[in-house]
Design a binder for this molecule. Structure first.
Ligand SMILES: N[C@@H](CCC(=O)N[C@@H](CS)C(=O)NCC(=O)O)C(=O)O
Length: 211
């Protein structure tokens, strides 16, 4: 039995839930309410002393058999343990696998943070915004848009071409939230606009519900 300790709006948890849905795996969602600081309870700290969601737990007859922390490590574990459908290029294509992992890492380490800052600044009344923070976040989001536009050239449906990958799962939550909150993808980026549209229609992404 798989359990995912998570918080609905966590983009890293959302990424892992997309992967679970792509692989059609049954799991129990266990809410760790970050608004109530539940990540600091002794029960949760026993699963992740770094007090972060998501955490994947595998249980057998109520006994914990395995604990996996961090969305990227969880997604790689799921890929190893449940290889079909595969969300990484085949093991014969190390270069393509490296590229997908690089994009996935870009989403986690750069884009999610920049998008989070941009959304937080937009949510403030105009007079309370920090113009320098806003400018930097916008610049970083624009840089990601440019990188994605280039990565999608040649009519690629997903970052893996025909194959939906862990990198697509990583970008989807914040990319779609930006679009929902009226951060426009520029008109001169048709590949990225089409991609965002496809992501929004993907079943595994729709199943997240409210971003
Ligand atoms: N690198 C981690 C980041 C996870 C993360 O930052 N989770 C946030 C919520 S989105 C969290 O649990 N924050 C609570 C805290 O730091 O106390 C991953 O990919 O799983």
């Amino acid at each position: 039995m798989l359990k995912l300790y998570d918080y609905p709006q966590c983009p890293y948890g959302q990424k892992t839930r997309i992967v679970l849905a792509e692989k059609q795996l049954d799991y129990e969602f266990v809410l760790v309410d970050l608004r109530k600081n539940e990540q600091h309870t002794p029960e949760f700290l026993a699963l992740n002393p770094l007090h972060r969601v998501p955490v994947l737990v595998e249980e057998d007859d109520g006994e914990i058999e395995l604990i996996v922390q961090d969305s990227t490590i969880i997604d790689e574990y799921l890929e190893d343990e449940y290889p079909e459908p595969s969300l990484l290029p085949g093991s014969g294509d190390s270069a393509a696998r490296a590229r997908i992992r690089e994009l996935e890492d870009h989403a986690d380490q750069f884009f999610v943070l920049a998008a989070g800052t941009l959304l937080a600044e937009h949510a403030k009344p105009a007079e309370s915004r920090d113009p320098e923070r806003l400018r930097r976040a916008k610049e970083e989001v624009d840089k990601t848009f440019q990188i994605l536009e280039e990565a999608l050239q040649g009519g690629r449906l997903w970052l893996g071409g025909e194959q939906f990958t862990i990198a697509d799962a990583a970008f989807a939550p914040r990319l779609l939230l930006l679009v929902q909150r009226q951060v426009e993808i520029p008109n001169n980026m048709p590949a990225l606009r089409g991609y965002a549209d496809r992501l929004g229609k993907r079943d595994s992404v729709r199943r997240l519900g409210a971003l």
